[in-house]
Design a protein around this ligand. Structure first.
Ligand code: ZN
Length: 462
């Protein structure tokens, strides 16, 4: 295939992707804090890096790519939610982990190779901190352990911030026990009543940054190929992950490629007002939005660019999928050819995951499918659509089920398809009386027909 190039935040440019070991390609993405159903913005990295996972699996082999994405299950917001309900934090984190899994499945996100949690990795986190202290990169003070920024020669290089910028711009907590105001917490005492873990530094809980450093090392190793996350994590989270891991590993880099997805903004009043300013994937699914349409919407913009999440965007996504599923439904009786994903889709994805271009390529194939005059040509086009869908995580539904026709009998489906063809022919022959009569007959049956560039699709009125 075309060589894969990825935009590396550390280098601020696109770089050809070369894994450390082609037989063991590693990727880590910072995951959600599980205290509430996840916002659609949380699912942008989930879906974007799922496409990268699928692409890497296609290139290197399904069992050659290891993908680790954590759940942050130690957090003040979790403590607050647990206290409010009068339950243990595990009740909260298990509930929202389960919901997250359901949402991810509805969006056709592949299961991860590893899903570490902070509570599950506590012993590793504590051991990681002990090594940093032993090597002089961290110090204990008043029940806290702090990373000493002065001990890291390259601190700030990744996010390209000077120490002055960091102190001016970031919410740096000035505390009497800090040697330098920029030093950040690796371990801290828990507030009274909050969960605490025993450690050589006193009972308490880890800081957020050290959790990721420890979970990456435990699940994937010292230096990984790709580290991903939202653009808002560059500083301080990823800068701090790099400082901790590079120091603990005596200079070995944490990741060779750093990928960051852009913000999802919600300027549409209708969208931002549903769910009290937060649009959750769970609520959208409950309201009947198709998971695949949410996925398509998230992939409709290049991942690094900001994406404006609007009702119109979801509607366009649904309509686009209707057109493509309509083509697949018309080719229902054709056996798909076993083909590689089409070049147009591969080239687009290999260029730093240009998903809008890859989606556009699907419509070229759909157009070809409609013009195909032989069964071979139809089989080829269908095969290409399905292979591309596999890479993009689309077309998981049976085309009849997509249009809600599971409960409509085959005979009735065939009759409606026949009527629609007849109507198209009547229109072509300018026999509008006949066309209108057929339309009325279809309406009486509850058929909702939609004409598009790839022909007419229909569903039963709910
Ligand atoms: Zn992280």
């Amino acid at each position: 295939m075309t060589d894969l190039v990825l935009y590396d935040t550390a280098a601020r440019r696109k770089r050809a992707f070369v894994p450390i070991d082609e037989n063991r390609v590693t990727m880590y993405v910072c995951g959600p804090t599980v205290y509430a159903p996840a916002h659609v913005g949380n699912f942008r990295p989930e879906v974007v890096f799922d496409v990268l996972f699928r692409l890497l699996r296609h290139v290197y082999g399904e069992d050659k790519v290891l993908f680790s994405r954590n759940f942050t299950d130690v957090d003040d917001k979790i403590n607050a939610a647990a206290a409010q309900e009068g339950v243990g934090i595990n009740v909260i984190t298990e509930r929202f982990t389960r919901i997250y899994h359901q949402d991810a499945a509805a969006l056709n996100v592949l299961p991860k190779t590893f899903e570490p949690t902070a509570t599950g990795a506590m012993a590793d986190i504590i051991a990681f901190i002990e090594r940093l202290i032993a090597d002089g990169f961290a110090y204990a003070a008043e029940g806290h352990v702090l990373f000493s920024v002065a001990a890291s020669e390259t601190y700030g290089a990744f996010s390209r911030r000077s120490l002055d910028d960091m102190l001016a711009g970031a919410r740096v907590e000035v505390a009497p026990y800090k040697k330098d105001p920029a030093d950040f917490v690796l371990w801290k005492p828990s507030k009274p009543g909050d969960p605490a873990w025993d450690s050589p530094f006193g009972p308490g809980r880890p800081g957020w940054h050290i959790e990721c450093s420890a979970m990456i090392e435990t699940s994937l190793g010292e230096t990984i190929d790709i580290h991903g996350g939202g653009i808002d994590l560059v500083f301080p989270h990823h800068e701090n992950e790099i400082a901790q891991s590079t120091c603990a590993h005596h200079g070995a880099p944490l990741a060779n490629y750093w990928l960051h997805n852009g913000f999802l903004s919600m300027e549409d009043e209708k969208m931002s007002k549903s769910e009290g300013n937060v649009v959750t994937v769970h609520a959208m699914l409950d309201q009947g939005v198709r998971g695949e349409a949410i996925r398509y919407g998230l992939l409709s913009g290049q991942y690094r660019a900001p994406l404006d999440w609007t009702a119109a965007l979801i509607e366009r996504a649904q309509k686009s999928l209707d057109r493509l599923y309509g083509v697949l439904r018309r080719l229902k009786s054709v056996d798909a050819a076993d083909v590689a994903p089409p070049a147009g889709v591969m080239t687009a994805l290999a260029d730093d995951l240009n998903t809008p271009k890859a989606l556009a390529a699907l419509f070229e194939i759909a157009g070809r499918a409609n013009k195909a005059e032989t069964v071979d040509a139809q089989a080829q086009a269908k095969g290409e659509l399905l292979a591309a869908g596999q890479l993009l995580g689309l077309f998981k539904s049976n085309p009849d089920a997509w249009f809600g026709l599971d409960s409509v009998s085959d005979e009735e489906c065939a009759q409606i398809d026949r009527l629609l063809t007849e109507r198209a022919e009547a229109r072509k022959a300018k026999d509008f009386a006949r066309a209108d009569a057929i339309r009325d007959e279809l309406t009486a049956k509850g058929v909702q027909a939609e004409d598009g560039p790839e022909g007419t699709t229909w569903r039963m009125k709910g």
